[in-house]
Ligand binder design. Structure first.
Ligand code: F6R
Length: 621
């Protein structure tokens, strides 16, 4: 998830772009750059020749701001970008904009080009030279190639051809020296809007970038292209036909626009999960097949794996527990899961034939990092699962699987968690396939189910009001127990963690079978028991556990699969999730748990984005 802003009009654009990027910094902040169409000083006044001046730097926007102080960049048409790295580390060279060979076209991009490696190969054979590690760099080179043939020199037509060539997601915005007042853009899956004003027109990933200049917006839809000049906006559908669309007006403040109109980043990020999960699957689930080369293991190495050891902290630890369940079930490899801070101090034994996986959304958690160093020091090969490209854990591991959930601003992990779980599902299934343990029919069925997960998450989100109502009726309780078995157990732990960290209410997650070994003594009429009880092979056992706590006057809130009529007898509050196969229930049951915790915390007026005593990256012991 990166941020894009572009302007063409009658004003100097350097500060418009810079201020727009500052407003988008919540979308990505590891490097930033601008490209501005400027008159080449050696050209004639009557017949000016344009060049694209680019300034870009690794680091936060303030680094770019410092750089721009010393650079003269005159011009009224330009593009800007703040990056959240996906391909290639956050360096100056990998920062956007990117150029074609002759530096006549510059492009900024938000998204992932799945087939960039093959396109790059094709272009290299045609003589194109690449200087960055990014997927984006193929875009200006493709445009350059198309402009040479069948496009009549039209950058718009070239963009339309490019949109048919690439696979993946992208908001792509381009300028060229040939038309110094024109910006051409296209969109596949990544957000892109046009802002219109009397002094010029804008393109942006999100409204806050340009709210200082306009409140009139038009959304660009998937597979559309757009040509923006200082006084015209022309939108074209995927067949190149002109589309009529009237702008709409927004009254949002900049602060609420940053949150996409949601009250908090946490709520926004919960609602972004269908998109985040799709991004995690992107490029890895192709035409009914799993492509997971990033694992960096040969088929032979996979077949010889004797054990997997997963380490993580907090929410990531709960993703690891889910990983254990699916990897053992599908790939029949024993998996040990351990909290990083325990692992690092216990003089662990690293067995030969053991794959070591470290899960950390931030990639900076010191305990996880120390555990990785400990394991590598003893000869382990480490695979990291992280959301942050170029993070310390990513750099210090032998291979990395990026979750691609986009930056998470809220301190507590929500969308990065569902993305981690998706990586665990993909890993388990891939290992099983390579080991030849899964029947083709079952493999295809699981893939079909995985593809439906984003829509099913959306169905749950559409029913958020129901969770708000349950939270409104239960937020005054002072003890919460979250119970689950097998796939529901890590989610019970996660539900309890979410609730305690943002509401400050005491909550515990338990394997439901453990209740009788102690915790049941806690239950009375001041307790809410949240049962994670979707349709699966331990359903009946969960019902018995709920009956036990109900007999002790606890209020019962059950999260069940749709169509479960039986539960009405046992629960005071019910929330239903769409059906899926039992191994995948976890990713669906956690969404209502996140929302439930959120609404309880809001009832208590808590700051959900910055809960007390917590930090986004835990870089201290
Ligand atoms: C909870 C939460 C924390 C983190 C933990 C590990 O919402 O965010 O429990 O999961 O601090 O952080 P990472 O995943 O960055 O290693």
């Amino acid at each position: 998830m990166c941020g894009i802003v572009a302007y063409t009009g009658i004003k100097q654009c350097k500060n418009i772009l810079l201020n727009g990027l500052k407003r988008l910094e919540y979308r990505g902040y590891d490097s930033a750059g601008v490209g501005i169409l400027s008159v080449n000083h050696s050209s004639k006044i009557k017949n000016p020749v344009f060049e694209i001046k680019v300034a870009k730097e690794a680091g936060k926007i303030k680094v770019l701001e410092e750089l721009l102080k010393d650079i003269e960049m005159q011009g009224v048409c330009g593009i800007g970008h703040t990056r959240w790295a996906t391909h290639g580390e956050p360096t100056q060279i990998n920062a956007h904009p990117h150029f074609d060979c002759k530096q006549k076209i510059a492009v900024v991009h938000n998204g992932i080009i799945e087939n960039y490696a093959e396109i790059r190969e094709e272009l290299i054979k045609k003589g194109h030279i690449f200087i960055s590690q990014t997927d984006t760099e193929v875009l200006p080179h493709l445009l350059e190639g198309y402009l040479k043939s069948e496009t009549n020199g039209s950058l718009l037509v070239a963009m339309q051809k490019l949109m048919k060539k690439i696979r993946g997601s992208g908001a792509i915005v381009a300028i060229s020296v040939e038309k110094p007042n024109e910006i051409i853009a296209g969109r596949i899956a990544s957000p892109l809007i046009v802002g219109t004003s009397r002094d010029g027109n804008f393109l942006a990933s999100d409204m806050p970038a340009v709210l200082d200049h306009t409140r009139l917006f038009t959304v660009i839809n998937d597979y559309e292209t757009v040509c923006v000049t200082r006084d015209k906006v022309k939108i074209y559908d995927s067949n190149g036909k002109l589309v009529q669309r009237n702008p709409f007006k927004v009254n949002w403040s900049i602060e609420s626009a940053e949150k996409g109109g949601y009250e908090d980043f946490m709520l926004k990020e919960i609602f972004e999960q269908p998109y985040g999960i799709k991004e995690t699957m992107r490029g890895r689930l192709l035409d009914g097949e799993l492509n997971f080369e990033e694992l960096n293991l040969t088929d032979e190495q996979i077949k010889n794996l004797k054990k997997i050891q997963i380490i993580a902290c907090g929410t990531s630890y709960h993703a690891a527990l889910t990983g254990k369940l699916v990897i053992e079930k599908w790939a029949k490899i024993p998996v040990e899961v351990e909290i990083s801070s325990e692992y690092r101090y216990r003089d662990p034994i690293v067995d030969e034939g053991c794959l070591f996986i470290a899960i950390t959304q931030s990639g900076e958690t010191i305990d996880t990092l120390a555990a990785i160093r400990e394991a590598r020091g003893k000869g382990a090969k480490v695979m990291a699962v992280t959301n942050v490209v170029g993070s310390t854990v990513a750099r210090e591991s032998d291979s990395v699987i990026y979750t691609h959930a986009g930056p998470e601003v809220g301190v507590c992990a929500t969308k990065t968690f569902s993305a981690q779980i998706m990586v665990m599902y993909l890993t388990g299934l891939y290992l099983s396939k390579v080991k030849g343990l899964i029947k083709q029919e079952n493999y295809e069925r699981i893939i079909e189910e995985l593809k439906m997960i984003p829509n099913k998450v959306q169905i749950i989100l559409n029913n958020a009001e129901r969770l708000k109502k349950i939270a409104d009726e239960t937020y005054k309780y002072t003890c919460f127990l979250f119970l689950g078995r097998i796939y529901g157990f890590p989610m019970a732990l996660e539900g309890a963690l979410k609730l305690k960290e943002i509401s400050y209410i005491h909550a515990e997650g338990y394997a439901a079978g453990e209740m009788k070994h102690g915790p049941i003594a806690l239950t009375d009429n001041k307790t809410v028991v949240v049962g994670v009880i979707p349709q699966d092979f331990v359903y009946e056992k969960m019902i018995s556990n709920l009956q036990e706590v109900r007999a002790r006057n606890a209020k019962i809130f059950a999260i069940v699969s749709e169509g479960d009529k039986n539960i009405e007898k046992y629960a005071d509050y019910i929330f239903t999730i769409p059906k899926t196969i039992e191994e995948l229930n976890g990713i669906l049951t956690v969404i209502p748990l996140q929302l439930y915790a959120y609404y309880i915390a809001k009832n208590l007026n808590r700051n959900v984005d910055q809960p007390r005593n917590l930090a986004k990256s835990v870089t201290v012991e």
